[in-house]
Structures are given as C-alpha cells and as structure tokens.
Ligand binder design. Structure first.
Ligand code: AMP
Length: 111
C-alpha cells in the first residue's frame, strides 16, 4: 500500500482535519505555512493526470471538503491556496492524488 493509502486506512498515524467515506484530510508533516493540510481520496488515484470522467463527483467533493476545512481553520476569509503536484517535474513526492490546502499568511507565488 502507498503511504497515503496507509494513512487513509489508519495504519500510519496522522493528525486528521476531516474524514468521511470518500476523503481524508490531515495535517502535512512538514508544513510550508501556518496552515498546511492535505486532502486525499481514500481510493488510490496516482495523480490529477490519472483522474477520469467517473471521478468528477469525487473531485467536486474534495473541493467542497477544502472549503469546509478552510472555514473551520479560519483561512476562508483571507484566502488560501489549493495545489496539486503532478509528477516528477512538479515535485510530486507521494504518488497518491492530494490537494495541499495552504494558508494562514500572505503566500508568495513560489510557495
Ligand atoms: P507532494 O510533494 O506534492 O507529493 O506532497 C507530499 C506531501 O506529503 C509533502 O508536503 C510532505 O511533507 C507530506 N507528507 C509526507 N509524509 C507525510 C506523513 N506521514 N504525514 C503527513 N504528511 C506527509
């Protein structure tokens, strides 16, 4: 199982921000900003590049979860960034689709 599948299954501990039957969100182990949360599907999807039309609802749900968490952690008003890295050139280090929800400070374009 991949690292994020293990986290979703609860086999590797994480600090959860949200979970339901489709999605798990947890705090990044190496935060790049005061708020840095990862939102992943429970089902293994390698990256945005391997999404299919059948994943439309799931993707919509991931964004809905991001909005909910952003409001809960207090960054919705000032703003935040949602990032998904795809592949080697983007620096994707875990090959399981994830949205980085980053905020809590003014963000530069390179972070
Ligand atoms: P990416 O580089 O876009 O693939 O993002 C992977 C992210 O996963 C990085 O920001 C890592 O800090 C984070 N990460 C790796 N291992 C863990 C872990 N065990 N718990 C929480 N976050 C992790």
């Amino acid at each position: 199982m991949c690292l994020f599948c293990e986290i979703a299954a609860g086999n590797i501990p994480s600090k959860k921000a949200y979970e339901d039957e489709q999605v798990v969100a947890f705090y990044d182990i190496a935060p790049q900003a005061p708020v840095h949360i990862l939102i992943i599907p429970r089902r293994h999807i390698e990256s945005a590049q391997t999404l299919t039309d059948g994943d439309n609802e799931l993707l919509c749900h991931m964004f809905a979860v991001a909005r909910k968490i952003a409001a809960e952690v207090g960054v919705a008003e000032n703003g935040y960034r949602l990032i998904t890295n795809v592949g080697r050139d983007a620096g994707q280090s875990v090959p399981h689709l994830h949205l980085h929800l980053i905020g809590g400070k003014t963000l530069n374009w390179n972070n």
